[in-house]
Design a protein around this ligand. Structure first.
Ligand code: UTP
Length: 237
């Protein structure tokens, strides 16, 4: 199977912990060992936010801030690459063509951001469509998609399953609230909807949980299932 894994920076590197990065690298290598072709998109996490906040105080414009954020996502991508074995493209892909070439020749491709005005959520969705992935997995700080912010609202309920259109409908109001952070942003949701991409959103703090989700479809997060889509055959245990 072919999968794209979006690894939030706050999941991979909330602080610089080599052991956490190594655990993720191990999970990725086990997936490759199981015959999985993988593209990985890494976010910027707290480090990106710190750089952006500092540059904002220095009156940087929004594109400059985005470029800074992109650079940090690439640093995180490079950090993960250092922990991976030989079957990895040795530098972060700069665009979808580079990433797709690596995935097609059987290497793991690791990339960060590509262009201002978006986040790595959208990069992962675009890459998944471009390489014709069977599955897109968002390893995030929240265990799936909720009807409200679970950190702010005790009554927030998780969606076990959504269609791509329902995902967009749930994310739209979240994107309007200043400061609100949906686990998958609106552009990514729209790309998922347009492509009809089978997607899982889950808590990425445990790399083993990500492995189980990719290999077997087992997880406690949210499944985004295109209408009429069949259960992927590679999930037969
Ligand atoms: P992230 O993808 O990490 O943003 O990119 P995020 O979703 O805010 O981070 P998490 O998920 O909470 O960890 C970091 C920043 O890099 C820029 C944006 O400014 C983004 O906020 N960026 C990233 C781009 O401009 N373009 C990209 O393609 C990717």
């Amino acid at each position: 199977m072919r999968a794209v894994l979006s690894l939030g920076g706050s999941v991979l590197a909330p602080e610089l912990d080599p052991e956490r990065v190594a655990r993720y690298a191990d999970a990725i290598e086990r997936l490759v060992g199981e015959g999985c072709e993988l593209g990985v998109v890494v976010g910027g996490g707290g480090a990106a936010r710190d750089y952006i906040a500092a540059a904002r105080e220095l009156d940087a414009n929004e594109v400059q801030l985005d470029q800074l954020g992109i650079d940090v996502t690439r640093v995180n991508a490079r950090l993960l690459i250092t922990a991976l074995g030989p079957a990895v493209d040795p530098s972060p892909a700069h665009d979808y063509d580079e990433a797709a070439d690596a995935v097609r020749r059987g290497d793991v491709s690791v990339m960060g951001g590509v262009t201002p005005g978006q986040t790595t959520d959208a990069v992962a969705a675009a890459l998944a469509e471009y390489v014709d992935a069977d599955l897109l997995v968002y390893a995030t700080g929240a265990d799936g998609i909720y009807d409200a912010d679970p950190d702010a609202d005790d009554g927030a309920e998780q969606f076990a399953e959504l269609t791509p259109q329902e995902l967009v409908d749930v994310i739209v109001p979240m994107s309007r609230d200043a400061g609100a952070s949906a686990p998958v942003d609106l552009l990514a949701a729209k790309l998922i909807q347009r492509a009809g991409m089978r997607t899982v959103v889950l808590d990425g703090h445990d790399p083993t949980a990500v492995e189980e989700a990719v290999l077997y479809g087992d997880h406690t997060g949210t499944d985004v299932v295109p209408t009429g889509g069949e259960e992927p055959s590679y999930w037969a245990r």
